[in-house]
Design a binder for this molecule. Structure first.
Ligand code: SF4
Ligand code: SF4
Length: 75
């Protein structure tokens, strides 16, 4: 299952990630982002895309469907 991580030291609480999520994973409470329903995350990466910080203060860790392994190149 995917895991969402928020870097609270850098997060500005702008709420953009919350509004970008179509799955109701994130909520904002008093300018603090809460990962309310991590199990609903579809790993769409939208929240990371909309985060104004670089790198984003929100991160998805874990399984990604369709990810390919690049470790097995010959050489
Ligand atoms: S990756 Fe997509 S589904 Fe998961 S929290 Fe971010 S916007 Fe929501
Ligand atoms: S978009 Fe980035 S800075 Fe804004 S609330 Fe989400 S994680 Fe924090």
């Amino acid at each position: 299952m995917a895991q969402i991580e928020i870097d609270y030291e850098r997060c500005k609480g702008c709420g953009k990630c919350v509004h970008s999520c179509n799955y109701g994973v994130l909520e904002i409470l008093d300018d603090i982002i809460v990962i309310a329903s991590p199990g609903k995350c579809a790993i769409c990466m939208k929240c990371m895309d909309v985060c104004p910080l670089n790198p984003p203060a929100i991160k998805i860790i874990g399984e990604r469907t369709g990810a390919s392994c690049t470790m097995h190149k010959k050489g």
